[in-house]
Write a protein that binds this ligand. Structure first.
Ligand SMILES: [Zn+2]
Length: 137
């Protein structure tokens, strides 16, 4: 896995619990302890009430495709092996919108409103990326 050449997240102190969660194959969302808002991406303060009293809760890991694009060509060499690939915005059941790849299916099958579930891709020893696949009953 050490030959992974694609960009990796820069783990910040306030996003570290999120990336520790994905490493355990858990999708965590920040939640404001004062107003209850669910927060993504991870921040130092609540975007609703500016409280710095933030905690974490585990998301169900399900959502629906809000929008997506299929990339067929014209990418940097390090992404070429992934072609064609799907990048989508996923609306989680918790009311969070998260961007990620939709995998484990024919890109032509992906549609707006399609139900998806999170899967975890251990891309390096340190980083696990959340991705999405069609919901399996
Ligand atoms: Zn708040």
């Amino acid at each position: 896995m050490s030959d992974y050449a694609k960009p990796l997240p820069v783990v910040q102190p306030w996003s570290k619990p999120f990336w520790e969660g994905t490493k355990r194959h858990e999708l965590l969302l920040q939640q404001c302890k004062d107003c209850g808002a669910k927060i993504f991406y991870p921040r130092k303060a609540c975007p609703e009430c500016w409280s710095q009293e933030l905690g974490w809760s585990q998301a169900a890991g399900r959502g629906k495709v809000f929008a997506h694009t299929v990339t067929l060509a014209g990418v940097e060499e390090k992404f070429a092996a992934d072609l064609p690939y799907v990048l989508a915005m996923i609306d989680l059941d918790e009311g969070i919108r998260m961007m990620g790849n939709v995998v484990d299916c024919d890109p032509e099958q992906v549609s707006i409103g399609m139900e998806v579930e999170v899967v975890f891709d251990d891309v390096t020893d340190e980083i696990t990326l959340p991705k999405w696949r069609p919901l399996r009953a």
